[in-house]
Design a protein around this ligand. Structure first.
Ligand code: HEM
Length: 520
């Protein structure tokens, strides 16, 4: 008997089911409309795809392990959202650099942009005309050729740090005060002495929120955006209450310091700084343009404030921690300082080229403690075919900076802190790899990297000139050397630790006394 002709509704039902199954299968098996495969990656499950493959704790290490199996370009999907992990210089160059027009977007984050309202000063997260204006301002104020004008301030805040150590202040707080104080002075021309000053405290608060929100997979609302409409009183909507708390600080950070300087500048009472330089460029006779430029200027200051402090502070903590674990590195550095500059004499930042070992310590610090191990994600702006693979528009791309800077093929004994790897015949080796992946990639590379390196150089050189950095002792007088343990969400830094700062010599004490006399 001939089979019955299916009714119209049966056809529609069957077609719908077939289509749904096909979509599900594609989601699952990795095929796509281009006919080309996605880059290799773990298979995952229908609907949730690779959710179970995503490492939430120390994700950089988890992805590095996965990439040993799947390769240096690895593709995953999270609830249908494509994600790419690049783990080698070659892949980073090919995509972030050579295809920069496609690979320089920033993913839209519901938590960051909408719930925390960071979108105001994260207009920079977009990749368009507005971003170019922001980026131009960053270059104008942070390229290496303009840094000398900040050197007197760098010296002043470094000296405050050295004195704080001599007075037994908490190491982490002292270095944060110095770095944040320097940032505020450069940006807003204001001298703050403590992280408890409201000029700084909002930035620290926002930094905490940013670090939490930056962990991929931390908030379900990123994957299921409709959750943003759930009212905060609903059971399980703790993320709404969390966001409301930080939202207020984000608006204060954006507006208050800048407005304060603008008002003072109008009264001719502001000190010269980046904010006043930006204000001076405002087109007074074009209200629309003035409005737009004033938003960019606020964003530039707030964004820099936020981007500079926690990162550089985490790196500085990495240095003090490394000195406890590697006393021989400390000795070698002090030998160079005493020989080239003289005992108890703090080198000027302009003498940097005479101190290859100190420079090598800074390089090794940036590699060993990769503060931003997965840097920050980029977004693919259009479909792209690369090396026979299809990479769809909307893919979120991470460069695994940690994996690149701990690749044993490039850095022998990658877990060991070894400045010598950058030296040859007592000089910096021009053929040694540059460990800069921790500053991100391509057109989005950190514009503050030159300043960060100068701050670190200044802290390293001056501290080692004046102090021996020693582990604390137990009741029997035995040194307690900390375990090399690093805390990390989106950012990596050593777990809290203690260190003793012992003035190295009579000359060092005399220098400290001299600083105390002239410091303001
Ligand atoms: C050790 C210290 C620092 C580290 C490890 C660091 C790292 C990074 C990373 C990984 C990115 C993302 C790059 C990308 O998307 O590919 C970034 C962006 C940025 N950094 Fe830094 N940074 C540091 C210090 C600073 C300082 C001192 C400043 C300011 C003076 C600064 C300002 C910025 C800004 C404005 C961006 C956003 C650039 C954009 O999206 O176009 N950073 N940084």
């Amino acid at each position: 008997m001939a089979p019955e002709v299916p009714s119209a509704s049966l056809i529609a039902g069957t077609a719908f089911t077939a289509l749904a199954l096909r979509i599900l299968y594609r989601w699952w098996d990795g095929s796509n409309s281009s006919g080309l495969p996605y880059p290799p990656g773990p298979k995952g499950y229908p609907l949730i795809n690779n959710v179970l493959d995503v490492p939430l704790e120390r994700p950089w290490e988890g992805y590095e392990k996965l990439s040993r199996q799947y390769g240096d370009i690895m593709f995953l999907k999270i609830f249908g959202r494509p994600m790419l992990i690049l783990s080698s210089e070659r892949r980073v160059k090919d995509l972030f650099e050579k295809q920069a027009t496609i690979y320089s977007g920033k993913p839209y984050s519901v938590m960051l942009n909408d719930l925390l309202q960071f979108k105001h000063f994260f207009a920079i997260l977009d990749y368009g005309a507005s971003w170019r204006k922001h980026r131009k301002a960053f270059h104008q104020h942070f390229d290496s050729n303009v840094l000398p004008k900040y050197h007197p301030k760098l010296k002043k805040y470094t000296e405050r740090f050295l004195v704080a150590l001599s007075e037994g202040e908490d190491l982490s707080e002292a270095s944060r005060n110095a770095i944040a104080g320097l940032g505020i002075a450069i940006l807003y021309g204001v001298d703050v002495k403590s992280v408890h000053d409201p000029f700084i405290s909002d930035a620290l608060l926002i930094g905490d929120a940013f670090k939490a929100a930056g962990v991929p997979g931390k908030f379900l609302v990123e994957t299921l955006p409709f959750l943003r409409y759930v009212p905060s009183w609903v059971q399980g909507a703790g993320f709404q209450r969390w966001a409301a708390y930080y939202r207020e600080a984000s608006l204060r950070l954006l507006n208050n310091p800048f407005q304060f300087v603008w008002n003072r500048h109008k009264a001719a009472e502001a000190k010269e700084c980046i904010a006043t330089a930006l204000i001076d460029q405002f087109p007074e006779n074009d209200p629309d343009q003035l409005h737009e430029d004033s938003i960019v200027a606020r964003n530039v200051c707030a964004m820099t404030h936020l981007a500079a402090v926690d990162t550089t502070h985490a790196s500085s903590q990495g240095f003090f921690f490394a000195m406890l674990l590697y006393p021989e590195v400390q000795k070698a550095a002090q030998e160079e300082l005493d020989r080239v500059i003289g005992p108890g004499v703090i080198p000027d930042i302009n003498q940097s080229s005479e101190l290859p070992y100190i420079n090598a310590i800074v390089k090794e610090l940036l590699r060993w403690l990769t503060v931003m191990p997965l840097a920050l994600p980029h977004l693919v702006k259009e479909d792209h075919v690369y090396d026979g693979y299809f990479i769809p528009k909307g893919t979120i791309v991470f460069g695994n900076a940690w994996a690149m800077m701990h690749d044993p093929e490039v850095y022998e004994d990658p877990m060991v802190f070894k400045p010598e790897r950058y030296l040859k015949d007592g000089k910096l080796n021009p053929d040694a790899p540059e460990p800069l992946a921790g500053f991100g990639f391509g057109r989005r590379i950190c514009p503050g990297r030159y300043l960060a390196i100068e701050i670190l150089f200044s802290l390293v050189a001056s501290t080692l000139t004046l102090y021996n950095i020693l582990p604390p002792k137990d009741g029997l007088g035995n040194p307690i050397v900390p375990e090399p343990r690093f805390a990390g969400g989106a950012m990596m830094k050593p777990e809290p630790f203690n260190a003793i700062f012992e003035p190295r010599s009579a000359q060092a004490l005399a220098t400290l006394e001299d600083i105390k006399r002239h410091i303001s």
